[in-house]
Design a protein. Structure first.
Length: 119
């Protein structure tokens, strides 16, 4: 029986992000758009960024400054099934928003170069 993804570990420049379950990775890369001619379908490609989204609880002593100022980072997304992906030149996409309940959730969204699978 094969294992299915249950948990992911996210690291920004080697530091582990204590994210809650449900983190998302959008691989990015070539996005293909259909192009119709008279009787054939072709495609045109454009590059799309990778993105990583997760929620992090605010804990004692945590500073959000580093995440807010994050640019040029190397982000890894490690799956408990053995796959690992790296996103280079990553940066914080949205301003950080802190919710004052349920553990003080912070939505962290990063974007960067298309993800590369580490073999």
């Amino acid at each position: 029986m094969a294992q299915a993804l249950g948990r992911a570990i996210i690291r920004i420049n080697g530091s582990t992000v204590d994210s809650e379950p449900g983190a998302k990775l959008k691989l990015g890369g070539a996005k293909r758009k259909p192009v119709m001619t008279g009787y054939r379908v072709h495609y045109a490609e454009e590059l799309e960024q990778a993105s990583i989204e997760c929620e992090v609880p605010l804990t004692t002593g945590m500073s959000l400054q580093a995440w807010r100022d994050c640019v040029g980072a190397i982000v890894t997304f490690q799956c408990d099934t053995g796959q690992s992906y790296v996103v280079r030149d990553a940066f914080t996409e949205d301003t950080l928003e802190l919710t004052g309940k349920d553990g003080g959730k912070i939505k962290l969204k990063l974007a960067g170069m298309p993800a590369e699978e580490m073999v």
